[in-house]
Design a protein around this ligand. Structure first.
Ligand SMILES: Cc1ncc(CN)c(N)n1
Length: 230
């Protein structure tokens, strides 16, 4: 069977599937490459080089800062209080607990915060910011597709690695735990339900645009992990 090339075609081929499962199908093989990237497996096995994680953490701190801005757009555009609260609560977590993780990790890895702030923004980090921010400015569905992709991908590998023997290094443990705890699982399930509803109500053009944004995000997730090794 050939791969469907559009959201409409994939939905027609599988009318019973959740719309969000269709987004993943249309993003293969990049989705599996992102969720199964060697970075995630080495992190779980505690074999990831601290140098690679340090490079990744500096860029990811920038990514998360941009993600907090995307959440601002989504709070403004969300259709009701339940969705606004979900984004606001996640933004509060990113800007406190998760931000503290980065600062602690820089300290553990001997990276001065001023040194991290001076490091050049990698082209993949820049591409992520361009994609996510312009998507969220264009529409709720496209911004939500970017957020869902980022968080669902991290949940997928986080839950897988959390089921294995715990790594010894604090930053490896904490980065896995943050993406596998029950609160994060229910956050991502809430995002999926919101995206399912939003896609069902969207115009065909918006459905295709959201599917393209989700797929481009999965490609960038792979490139972002790759970049930490170079
Ligand atoms: C690049 C990337 N993608 C997703 C996540 C999960 N918030 C992250 N921290 N960094």
């Amino acid at each position: 069977m050939s791969m469907p090339s559009s959201y409409a075609e994939a939905r027609a081929a599988e009318p019973g599937a959740r719309p969000t499962d269709i987004l993943v199908r249309l993003s293969q093989p990049h989705w599996d490459a992102a969720c199964g990237h060697r970075f995630t497996r080495e992190l779980g096995a505690d074999t990831l080089s601290a140098e690679v994680f340090g490079r990744y953490a500096v860029q990811d701190h920038l990514f998360v800062t941009d993600l907090a801005s995307v959440l601002g757009h989504l709070i403004a555009r969300a259709p009701g209080m339940t969705a606004k609260h979900r984004f606001a609560a996640f933004a509060a977590m990113l800007t406190s607990e998760e931000n503290d993780f980065f600062l602690r990790t820089f300290d553990q890895l001997g990276i001065e915060p001023q040194e991290a702030a001076r490091m050049p923004v990698h082209e993949v980090t820049r591409a992520f910011a361009g994609l996510m921010l312009s998507a969220a400015e264009r529409s709720y569905a496209q911004g939500l597709a970017c957020l869902l992709c980022a968080e669902w991908c991290y949940l997928t590998w986080g839950v897988r690695e959390a089921a294995e023997v715990r790594p010894r290094r604090a930053w490896a443990q904490e980065w896995i735990d943050l993406h596998a705890v029950p609160a994060f699982r229910s956050f991502v399930e809430g995002l999926r339900e919101e995206m399912d509803r939003t896609l069902d109500a969207a115009t065909p053009e918006e459905q295709e645009a959201a599917a393209r944004a989700f797929r481009r995000m999965t490609e960038l997730e792979v490139e972002f992990f790759d970049a930490a090794y170079s």
